[in-house]
Ligand binder design. Structure first.
Ligand code: DER
Length: 242
């Protein structure tokens, strides 16, 4: 599967080039389909006798239910963000990456714990297939809007504020679709709003304005957070952005 090959290529290169077991003891593990290959790669090191004395000391911090299972499935050591509030290196996917390494994340509705982990890490590495790379601004490729985690009771108020104050073009509560009648409920028991602002010229300011709205828990705009991004394509080539 060419798309899976692209994801795997990016993830393997990112782990091989950035994870130093002698330095990195606490590792953040993101959510989504690309970071699966990060956990897989780390697991391969675990079972390599050459690394056995190093790998027993490190611990992986999840970014939600799926991420926690990914850590357990790969027989990695599971830790909590409460035990390890300072993280050495974190790996995660993204929905879109602009030319300044600003991100839209939250396609998988895990953005709160993802941002808690990524901003607690000294180094934050993005792994993605090349579709996620935007030639210019955010909002150009990713057309599903900015994911925003909100307190459920505030959804009408936040929707109105996004439309009237921040001039969003479209605002939707993310629904479970065929998987669940009614809205998606996050691992933190909140709702997700997707707000379409079209092409985003100033993501930093937009993030701040959204964050100040009453009822907003966190936004899917990850500003000045990623250190590097690895983009894989289907023939196994990987581009690195710093
Ligand atoms: O929700 C997120 O931000 C995830 O990291 C996700 O959107 C990335 O998804 P993918 O790795 O399955 O493309």
């Amino acid at each position: 599967n060419p798309l899976e090959d692209a994801k795997r290529a990016a993830a393997y290169r990112a782990v091989d080039e950035n994870l130093k077991f002698e330095d990195h003891k606490v590792i953040g593990i993101g959510s989504g389909s690309t970071v699966v290959y990060v956990a897989q790669r780390i697991g391969q090191y675990l079972h390599d006798p050459e690394y056995s004395d190093l790998t027993s000391k490190f611990v992986c911090i999840p970014t939600g239910f799926q991420s926690r299972n990914l850590i357990l499935d790969n027989k990695l050591q599971l830790g909590s963000i409460e035990q390890y509030p300072r993280i050495d290196i974190a790996f995660d996917g993204a929905d879109e990456v602009d030319e300044h390494l600003q991100l839209i994340k939250g396609g998988g509705a895990c953005l709160f714990q993802e941002k808690l982990v990524s901003t607690s890490a000294r180094t934050f590495i993005i792994v993605a297939d090349s579709r996620k790379r935007s030639p210019k601004n955010l909002g150009r490729n990713w057309r599903q809007g900015v994911p925003i985690e909100i307190v459920p009771s505030s959804y009408v108020r936040v929707k109105n504020d996004l439309l009237e104050q921040l001039h969003a073009e479209k605002v939707n509560i993310r629904q479970g679709g065929s998987a669940k009648a009614g809205p998606v409920v996050t691992d933190n028991n909140n709702f997700i709003i997707d707000a379409d602002f079209g092409e985003i010229i100033d993501p930093r300011n937009l993030h701040k304005s959204i964050k100040l709205l009453v009822g907003v828990v966190e936004t899917g705009l990850f500003i000045d957070n990623a250190s590097k991004a690895y983009f894989g394509d289907s023939n196994g080539a990987v581009e690195v952005m710093e």
